[in-house]
Structure formats: C-alpha cells, structure tokens
Design a protein around this ligand. Structure first.
Ligand code: SF4
Ligand code: SF4
Length: 356
C-alpha cells in the first residue's frame, strides 16, 4: 500500500502537519486563489465561459427569478416560465433554502420558512421535515449554493472584490454558533405559539409577540424583508409623504430598520463571503445538521493534493471551511454547500465529488 493510500485509509488530516498550515490556522490568513492569465484564457476561451462556476451563476439567477416567478408575468408576461415553476412547486413544495411563500410573487417555499409557519399554526410538519431530510441526506446543502436567493445575493456581492477577510478558525467557530442559538430561540417561540393555539391562549401571546408570532425569524429574514415586506410597503404606499401621513413612521421605521439590515448583509458580503450563511442563518444551521453525512460530498485525491504547499481550495471556499483539516476520503462538513468553488480553483484537479 502506498503512503498516499495509507493516508486515505486512515483519513489523516494534514493541516497540523506543516508549520505553514499552523500559522494560517492562528491568523486565518489565506492567499487568494490565483487568477488565470490572459494567455491561459485565450488558450481555452470556451472553458472560461462554459464551466461549473458559470453554470452555477446561471442556475442561481434562474432560481432567483423562479422563486418569485409571478414577477415575470407582471413584467414580461412570462406565463410559460410561471407554469414551469408551478409544476416544480407541485413536485417539491418546499426546498432547503430561505424563501417565504407569503410574498405576492412567490411560487416556491423554503423548508425552514414552512416549518416555522406550520409549528406556529399548531401543526406538526411531518411532510416538510420528511422532504427536507430526504433532500439534505442525499444532496446535502446543494440548494444553499445553487438555489437560495439570499445565498445568490451574497455571492454576487462578493464577486467584485478579490481579497476577502477571513477570521481565524477559533473566531470562525465562535461566530458559527450564533446561528444555532438563533435556531433554538426561533423554534422555542413558534412551538410555544403552536401549543397556545391548542390551549386557547394564543390571542394574548400573539399580541405580545407581534411580528415574531407567526414565523419568529421573519423580522430578520432577508428573504422575507425583500420578497414580502418590501412589496407590501410599496403596494400600500406605507411611507410618510407629508406631515399628515407622518404617523406611518412607526410602520415605515420598523421596515427601514429591516431594510438597512439587508443592505448590511449585502455590503458586508463584499469582504466576508456568505457571512450571513456562515454565522446568522438558522435555516443553514438545521440544514447542516442533516447534510453532514450526505450521500454526495467533497473529497480529495491524495495522489494529487499537495496540502503542504497549497491552500487554493480553502482560499476559494466561500464558507471558509478549512478543507485540508478533513480526511481525504469525504469531507463531512455541515457547512459545505456543494458550490464546487474549491473544485473549480484547485490547480491539481485534486478535489472530487464523492458518492458515499
Ligand atoms: S445558509 Fe441560509 S441564507 Fe445561506 S444559502 Fe443556506 S438557507 Fe440561504
Ligand atoms: S468545501 Fe468546496 S464545495 Fe464545500 S463550500 Fe467550500 S468551496 Fe464549496
């Protein structure tokens, strides 16, 4: 058995094996992935247009429009586009992304958004949980990378800036815990409201919880703010246009705060790729729990991977995963969203998609 094959067998990690890797772990500093030279681009121009990165961008845009496909009808009369997405939503009524179905143009729902509403209505979401678990245990968090509109917004915001800020692993670990705490609080509230419906005490509780009563994460959910709150504010003209309508300020002021939060999510993504997904999204946390041991995952070919001298995959990873810490065979990370950025950037073609 070769040395590389032994490594594969034992699933050794190698970040701790090299001094360079240790320094990176302390500081979080990673070199940005190299960009192709013009000579390389000209030698294979089609390869730079038709590749997995470009395919993902296209799929992201299609899902972004498809999730709120009724917008297409009002803007362009795209009935066929809507018909396609309506059929899709019949097959998969909710998928593991962030997308509330309450938007005026919405066709597709996120599993977490649906879970909250079902719990707070006093129902147990058997079907939503079952479908979510099946999807996540087979294809992992692929929908986060390819379909979630909030992931898409962050990815596109990240594109213009090359040098990203990446916290040291210990800080990153601390920050990742925040989304788990948010998940626990949200679930506590929606289950509490659901139980109160059974006991007939829901009126007082929902009045006390206000905007947190139906789906407790909605007030901070960028998808809800953009696709539900924003169209409502616009269609109902809920902004102060004169002194007489200044009393709208209460409603408007709350929305303004939410909108500023969305702007912060987008702007911060320029320097911190997918920071909302990594640290704040409670949906991403529960999706990660079920997708950790998904059938499809990322692995590395030990015969091609050179972890002592190369960190290109880690520098390219928008989820800031220390890929070289994981076994070669299969990287069981709850944070991997299968965006395949590591695979696209690896200069040695060492990253492989595993089915196991
Ligand atoms: S972590 Fe949340 S916001 Fe990010 S892509 Fe997944 S569901 Fe969407
Ligand atoms: S490990 Fe690779 S596939 Fe997974 S999130 Fe990072 S770059 Fe994407």
């Amino acid at each position: 058995m070769t040395e590389d094959a032994e490594k594969l067998e034992k699933g050794e990690t190698e970040a701790a094996q090299t001094e360079g890797a240790s320094k990176e772990e302390e500081t979080g500093a990673l070199a940005e992935p190299p960009r192709p030279s013009y000579r390389e681009m000209l030698s294979s121009p089609l390869g730079y247009v038709f590749n997995v990165r470009m395919l993902r961008r296209v799929v992201q845009i299609v899902f972004f429009l498809g999730i709120n496909a009724y917008v297409m009808v009002s803007l362009f009369g795209g009935q066929q586009f809507v018909a396609f997405w309506t059929e899709f939503s019949h097959i998969l009524p909710s998928i593991p992304i962030l997308a509330p179905l309450q938007g005026p143009a919405a066709i597709l729902a996120g599993s977490f958004d649906t879970l909250q509403r079902e719990f707070s209505s006093g129902l147990f979401p058997f079907f939503t949980i079952g479908a979510m678990m099946i999807i996540l245990t087979v294809i992992g968090r692929t929908a986060c990378a390819w379909a979630c509109p909030i992931g898409t917004i962050q990815d596109f915001a990240t594109l213009p800036k090359r040098n990203k800020i990446r916290p040291a692993p210990s800080t990153e670990e601390e920050m990742r815990r925040v989304k788990a705490y948010i998940f626990i609080i949200v679930m506590f509230l929606v289950v509490w409201v659901g139980i109160s419906r059974w006991t007939g005490t829901s009126d007082m509780l929902t009045a006390a919880l206000g905007p947190f009563a139906v789906a407790a994460f909605d007030p901070f959910n960028p998808a809800y703010i953009l696709f539900v709150a924003l169209p409502n504010i616009i269609s109902q003209h809920l902004w102060p246009v004169s002194l007489d309508t200044l009393w709208y300020i209460l409603q408007w002021g709350w929305f303004l705060g939410q909108f500023v939060f969305v702007i912060v999510v987008v702007m911060a993504s320029v320097w911190f790729p997918r920071w909302f997904c990594r640290w704040l999204c409670p949906a991403g946390w529960i999706y990660g729990v079920f997708s950790k041991d998904a059938l499809i995952g990322i692995g590395r070919n030990p015969a091609k991977c050179t972890p002592e001298t190369c960190n290109v995959c880690e520098a390219a990873c928008p989820m800031n995963i220390r890929i070289r810490r994981y076994p070669y065979q299969h990287m069981h990370s709850p944070d991997c969203i299968m965006c395949l950025e590591c695979k696209s950037h690896c200069p040695n073609k060492a990253i492989v998609v595993r089915f196991s």
